[in-house]
Design a protein around this ligand. Structure first.
Ligand code: DON
Length: 343
């Protein structure tokens, strides 16, 4: 068939564009323009905050006082699984509240986002993570990232027994990380034997018909979930799975439906830092989740994750150096979701 001269001209133009963009344009994913800067910004953030001593280890879970306070790791993991790191990125610490969005993802995957919204809620509370006042307003204002909502999320996981509930929660966290994660048993013992506040929360929720399993079962599985050992690199891979639309970049396994990733990131953006969420979004502009073990993971949707670990926390229970390192990197790379944030 003879092509018209107009179609021929278009074909030549398309070929020229493809050639000028190089083979990455013609085949495979478009490289992230920030890639060449990743190692530089990770190294710079680590060097800048390495000697900062502000804050202190969490102590309401007694064993967390024993984590060496000077440990500090920073990592970027891209949506295709490339790792750029500095410092202590292999040290295993307890995931704590960073586990919460991933179990919320499991509930969404099993039962859809309306169950999460209807039975727990997705409103920022403006409360600290363990606030009893947050319970008092539970009927109107709650989400799966404060303890009340996170314990309820564990109870919502569809399971036939406590062991089955734990297997599903644990397998889901491992699938996000792309490798088997295990519980730090000493952290579990330390937290479960002192979990008076969370036990109170679980019992009140049950009393109000807002818990969907027996309360002590939900408390045990929730506490085990928080005691799972992760490294900063593991957190980076979990975040990269969200950046990659719910598919782990290393294993290629789909861990959650792609269509629910934006909903989960929205909850992380509005409530990932509890009563500090506004300041966090103001400064970093990225959906993220923090934990009292010292870990934080932030997600640049569709591109990469930034994770950090440092045990010393501020008054709101968020890691001082991890926050600063991630904020700096987000500003340096200009990746805040509302536009580049100044440093
Ligand atoms: O339930 C608790 O209190 C802990 N297992 C988790 C709290 C936490 O990590 C809050 N995050 N900054």
């Amino acid at each position: 068939m003879i092509m018209s001269s107009k179609i021929q001209a278009l074909a030549v133009l398309a070929a020229a564009v493809a050639l000028s963009a190089g083979p990455a344009f013609a085949k495979g994913p478009v490289p992230d323009p920030a890639v060449k800067d990743f190692q530089r910004v990770v190294d710079a953030a680590h060097a800048k905050y390495k000697d900062l001593k502000d804050g202190k280890n969490a102590d309401y879970i007694p064993i967390l006082t024993e984590t060496p306070s000077d440990l500090f790791g920073v990592v970027i993991v891209t949506k295709d699984g490339k790792v750029y790191s500095a410092g202590d990125v292999e040290y295993k610490f307890s995931i704590q509240s960073v586990s919460k969005p991933f179990t919320a993802a499991l509930v969404m995957a099993q039962q859809g986002p309306e169950v999460l919204r209807g039975k727990i809620g997705v409103e920022p509370t403006g409360m600290s993570f363990n606030s009893k006042l947050a319970l008092a307003v539970y009927e109107d204002s709650k989400n799966p990232l404060v303890n009340a909502g996170a314990i309820a999320a564990v109870s919502l996981v569809q399971a036939t027994s406590e062991q089955d509930r734990w297997n599903k929660v644990s397998q889901n966290l491992s699938d996000f990380a792309g490798q088997p994660l295990t519980v730090l048993e000493k952290v579990y013992e330390s937290e479960y034997t002192t979990a008076f506040g969370n036990r109170g929360i679980a019992n009140l929720l049950y009393n109000w018909g807002r818990l969907y399993s027996e309360p002590e079962e939900a408390l045990r599985v929730y506490t085990r979930q928080c005691s799972v050992g992760v490294s900063a690199k593991d957190l980076g891979l979990m975040g990269a799975t969200l950046a990659n639309g719910g598919v782990n970049p290393v294993t290629g396994k789909r861990v959650m439906p792609a269509e629910h990733v934006p909903e989960l990131l929205a909850v992380m953006a509005t409530a990932g830092f509890y009563d500090e969420s506004g300041v966090w979004m103001y400064k970093a502009g990225l959906p993220a989740k923090t934990g009292v073990g010292g870990g934080i993971v932030a997600v640049v949707p569709g591109r990469f994750a930034i994770a950090a670990f440092s045990p010393r926390l501020n008054e709101a229970g968020n890691s001082v150096r991890s926050m600063k390192a991630i904020q700096d990197i987000a500003a340096e790379l200009g990746v805040g979701v509302f536009g580049p944030n100044p440093n």
